[in-house]
Design a protein around this ligand. Structure first.
Ligand code: HEM
Length: 511
């Protein structure tokens, strides 16, 4: 079509204006990008000093993990195995170093500079608030010191009765499986873990308007959403996450948790505090964590408010569910798969416990072989296969000066199967924990509860609980399991699990 000179000029001028706007917008974007890259120059330079799998521009190594859930652990292992520790990966804009060498793990875990949890632990805050698991900084340090008495030897001695009560209930509940087909033992153990922690933490569980029995499934779902956010780096951004169905579901669960929390806050905790103040006797023997927590509030009013306690209660409830059940379930599977080892454990139980109705701490200290089996199972199947820290300032790891804003992924899973430290790394071999063998091994080759200032607050508590459960199960039932250690295909979420479920069979124990 023929254009007049004037029309052509107008069109030319319009094109020019559009181009001008385009460049005017592009220049600040490019400038911003340049500034962004310049501010990260230390990070880019540092990343060239560390070996790791090839990365794509912008996406880094993120696409590799867009695989089926059951493949994620293998992808991790295969990606890391060819490289020395630490190994470099990029997840979008985030530089992540994977550490699997026990010497390096020791330097990191023991350093007071490395106590800040990775940025994505904040995704847990809607549920756990500023409890010990998620918090960092000075307030965290004071809280950890203040809460330590909840897990003292004296308190654990008192908790033993509650643990035994629930172990007996567990064994009664499992009776329906005797001589039946194989079943997944985890649901029984999860229910027991939940009931016993409710008993210790919330005392008056039946008085709340929320059906407290729904809580375990909310905790599981919440962990699932948390794991999805970690592994899909675009969900790290709140503005994207808030547009997903995950967010809607999380908000609903958060509301439910808030209702329960508010009820405890406004009823039980103040009542316990009042009772304690009126009674004036803070040194009496407590059997309840809630009561002890309330006592700590009275003793430390400046550091520990009722609101803080709510976050701590929620944290203890969430952290104690899956962890202990899963460790006991894996141990049941292993003892079922290796009958000669199970026989040895039962022989020891008969010698130490005999016909006693309940087990105490003194009895547990004599169950050395059961302890070895439990630890060996936690070595092969660590409940926390990876833990994460962020550098908040430059950190010296051997010859490497790691800049700030790097995420360190500490691979407990790799340390637990490192052939340099374990005679039979992929087999169930309790002799790995014979005292003379332990004495010779690197202390950071076995880290089921982590170590250093941010280690699990409940290590002794959990060992006590798990041993009481295992002893009670084994004194009542013979366990069978068709999966040996090497047959168990693992899938990873925030923990690791057997793909086939925690399948065992039971027979009545006759001896
Ligand atoms: C078999 C049982 C358990 C295992 C294997 C286990 C393991 C761990 C690990 C590896 C950590 C460090 C996590 C990290 O740094 O990211 C941790 C921290 C923690 N665990 Fe456990 N845990 C168990 C049971 C429990 C129980 C029963 C409770 C509460 C009653 C609990 C409460 C906590 C808390 C509050 C932290 C945070 C400590 C801190 O950062 O200072 N855990 N646990």
């Amino acid at each position: 079509m023929y254009l007049t000179k004037r029309e052509a000029k107008i069109r030319q001028s319009r094109t020019f204006t559009t181009m001008k706007h385009f460049y005017l917008c592009l220049i600040p974007i490019l400038f911003g990008l340049l500034l962004y890259c310049w501010s990260r120059r230390k990070l880019y330079k540092f990343s060239t000093q560390v070996q790791g799998p090839p990365t794509l521009p912008i996406l880094g190594n993120g696409l590799k993990f867009l695989c089926k859930k059951e493949d994620i652990l293998n992808v991790f292992i295969e990606s890391l195995n060819p490289y020395p520790s630490p190994t470099r990966m990029w997840f979008g804009p985030r530089l992540v170093l994977f550490v699997k060498d026990p010497n390096q793990l020791q330097s990191i875990l023991q350093s007071p500079k490395m106590t800040t949890k990775a940025f994505f632990y904040k995704f847990l805050e809607p549920f756990l608030g500023q409890g010990l698991f998620t918090a960092s900084g000075p307030k965290y340090k004071i809280d950890k010191k203040n809460l330590q008495p909840l897990f003292s030897q004296k308190m654990i001695t008192a908790y033993c009765q509650v643990f035994q009560k629930h172990a007996n209930k567990l064994v009664a509940g499992m009776r329906m499986h005797v001589d039946g087909p194989e079943f997944d033992v985890l649901c029984h153990l999860n229910f027991t873990a939940f009931e016993s922690s409710m008993d210790l933490l919330l005392e008056d569980k039946n008085k709340h308007s929320i059906d407290y029995k729904d809580v375990p499934q909310y905790v599981q779902r919440f962990y699932h959403i948390f794991f999805s956010r970690i592994t899909k780096f675009w969900l790290h951004f709140d503005f994207i996450f808030k547009r997903t169905s995950y967010y809607k579901e999380q908000s609903k669960m958060k509301e439910m948790a808030n209702t329960m929390i508010a009820e405890i806050m406004h009823t039980t905790v103040p009542q316990v505090i009042q009772k304690l103040i009126e009674g004036g006797n803070f040194s009496k023997k407590n059997t309840s964590m809630l009561e002890k927590l309330a006592e700590l509030v009275v003793e430390n009013p400046r550091d520990l408010s009722i609101e803080d306690c709510i976050d701590h209660l929620m944290t203890f409830m969430a952290t104690s569910q899956d962890s202990q059940s899963s460790a006991v379930a894996f141990t049941c599977m292993m003892l079922g798969a290796y009958p000669h080892i199970q026989d040895k454990v039962v022989k020891e139980l008969n010698e130490v416990i005999n016909d006693k109705a309940s087990v105490n701490l003194d009895d547990l200290s004599k169950l050395g072989y059961l302890d070895m089996c439990l630890k060996e199972s936690m070595r092969l199947f660590p409940i926390a296969p990876f833990i994460f820290r962020d550098t908040t300032e430059e950190f010296q790891l051997g010859n490497l000066s790691i800049p700030e804003n790097v995420t360190l992924t500490l691979s407990i899973f790799h340390a637990h199967r490192d052939p340099n430290f374990w005679e039979k790394p992929d087999e169930f071999y309790p002799e790995h924990f014979a005292p003379e063998v332990v004495a010779k091994r690197h202390p950071f080759a076995f880290l089921p509860f982590s170590a250093g200032p941010r280690r699990c607050i409940a290590q002794h508590y959990s060992y006590t609980y798990m041993k009481i459960l295992l002893a009670t199960i084994l004194l009542n039932y013979e366990i069978e399991c068709r999966f040996k250690a090497q047959d168990i295909k693992l899938i990873a979420d925030i923990s690791i699990r057997p793909q086939q479920g925690y399948m065992i069979k039971l027979k009545n124990r006759t001896n």
